[in-house]
Design a protein around this ligand. Structure first.
Ligand code: FES
Ligand SMILES: [Fe+2]
Length: 347
C-alpha cells in the first residue's frame, strides 16, 4: 500500500511502542498492532504482558474483559486466561482444548516505553531496541517525560514521512517551531545499520516563534536540527538554538530540545503516535508540554487529511519528488528492504 509497493504494509520483525510505561498498570489496555488486536497489562510483579486481544471463543475483545490476579476473564462467556495466554477455565467443562490459548507477544519495558514484537518471537532480541544513551533518553541530569499519546486515522507511513522531512516546519508549523530556513537549508545525511540520521545547520536565521514566545529573544539565531530514525518505529530528534556568531553571547545556548516520536502501525489505516521529550530543565518540560500541543495537532491533521485524500481519491500513481525528499525516500527504502527480506524469509 502507498507509499510502499502493492501488498507491503509494515515490518513485522521489529520492536514497536504500544504504550508509555507509565500508562501500563493492573488494568487491561486495548491496542492494535499490525492489524492484530492486542491486550496489555502489568502483572502483579510489575512485568508487562502483551496477549492477543481476541477471545478465541466468539472473538469478544478481551480489552473489555476483567483482569484479576493476572487472569483475564472474558466478559462474554467467562473463558479465563493466565498471563502466559493459557486458558485456565472454560465454565461448565473440565476439558480445555489445546487450541484454546492466546498468542503471547514478546514485550519489554525500555526507557519510557513498552515495546512489543509482532513478528517471529524467536527473533525478538532486546539488543535490537534503540540504545537509550544514543537516542538522548538517558543523559546525565536529564528528565524524560511522555507528553501525548494519539491514535491517528492515518496509515503510519504518513506520519513517518512527516518526520523524515522536516522542511515542513517552515509551512505547517510557521506559527510555532518553524522558519523559512527549515525548508531552504540542505540536510547532511548519514546512515548506520538500521539507523538514519539527518542534520540541518542553519546560520544566522530568524528565530522561530517558539524562541520569541518562550525565551523572549527576537534576533537571528544559529540552529542545529537533527532527527535520527531507528527502524522500524522511533524518531529521536533535537533542536539546539544558539546566539549567532556576531552576538556578544555568541555560541551560548538559547534553548535546547530533545524529542521522541514513536510511530506504530495499528491497523492498515490507523497508527499510534507517542510523543515525549527530555530536558535538564523541569520547567521547560512543563512549558513545552503545553506549547507543543498545537504543533503536534498540525502534524496529526496533515497526516489524517492525506489519508482522507487517499481514501476518496485513490492512491497516486506517482509523486513529484523534490531534492529534500532524499531522507524520506531512503527511510521508505529502508523499511521496504526490511519487508522484502522478511517476505523472502531472510529475517
Ligand atoms: S467470547 Fe469470550 S468466552 Fe465467549
Ligand atoms: Fe511536524
Amino acid at each position: 500500500m502507498y507509499p510502499f509497493k502493492e501488498g507491503q504494509f509494515a515490518v513485522r520483525n521489529g520492536w514497536y511502542v504500544l504504550a508509555f510505561a507509565e500508562d501500563l498498570g493492573p488494568n487491561l489496555l486495548s491496542r492494535w498492532l499490525l492489524n492484530e488486536p492486542v491486550v496489555l497489562f502489568r502483572r502483579q510483579d510489575g512485568e508487562p504482558v502483551a496477549l492477543s486481544g481476541l477471545c478465541p471463543h466468539r472473538f469478544y475483545p478481551l480489552g473489555k474483559s476483567k483482569l484479576q490476579a493476572d487472569v483475564i476473564t472474558c466478559s462474554y462467556h467467562g473463558f479465563a486466561f493466565d498471563a502466559d495466554g493459557r486458558c485456565v477455565n472454560i465454565p461448565g467443562q473440565d476439558n480445555i482444548p489445546s487450541s484454546c490459548a492466546l498468542r503471547r507477544y514478546p514485550v519489554v519495558q525500555h526507557g519510557m516505553w513498552i515495546w512489543v514484537w509482532p513478528g517471529d518471537p524467536a527473533r525478538a532480541d532486546r539488543r535490537l531496541l534503540p540504545d537509550l544513551v544514543d537516542i538522548g533518553h538517558d543523559r546525565p541530569g536529564f528528565l524524560v517525560q511522555p507528553f501525548y499519546f494519539h491514535e491517528l486515522k492515518a496509515r503510519y507511513q504518513l506520519l513517518n514521512d512527516n518526520l523524515f522531512d522536516l522542511s515542513h516546519l517552515a509551512f505547517l508549523h510557521a506559527t510555532t517551531i518553524g522558519v523559512g530556513a527549515n525548508a531552504t537549508t540542505p540536510e547532511e545525511l548519514t546512515e548506520e545499520p538500521g539507523v538514519l540520521r539527518s542534520r540541518r545547520r542553519m546560520k544566522n536565521c530568524p528565530a522561530p516563534p517558539v524562541v520569541k514566545q518562550t525565551v523572549g529573544y527576537d534576533g537571528p539565531i544559529d540552529q542545529v536540527n537533527g532527527m535520527d530514525f531507528y527502524a522500524p518505529g522511533l524518531h529521536a530528534g533535537f533542536a539546539d538554538m544558539y546566539y549567532p556568531e556576531w552576538h556578544t553571547r555568541a555560541g551560548q545556548l538559547l534553548r535546547k530540545a530533545q524529542v521522541f516520536h514513536a510511530v506504530t502501525p495499528a491497523t492498515h489505516h490507523s497508527c499510534y503516535y507517542f510523543f515525549g521529550m527530555a530536558s535538564d530543565d523541569a520547567g521547560q518540560l512543563a512549558q513545552m508540554k503545553l506549547y507543543l500541543r498545537q504543533t503536534v495537532s498540525e502534524d496529526i491533521d496533515a497526516s489524517e487529511s492525506i489519508e482522507q485524500m487517499l481514501a476518496l481519491h485513490g492512491e497516486p500513481a506517482r509523486e513529484v519528488v523534490k531534492f529534500s525528499d532524499r531522507n524520506t525516500i531512503r527511510g521508505r527504502l529502508l523499511l521496504q528492504k526490511m519487508m522484502e527480506a522478511e517476505a523472502a524469509g531472510a529475517h
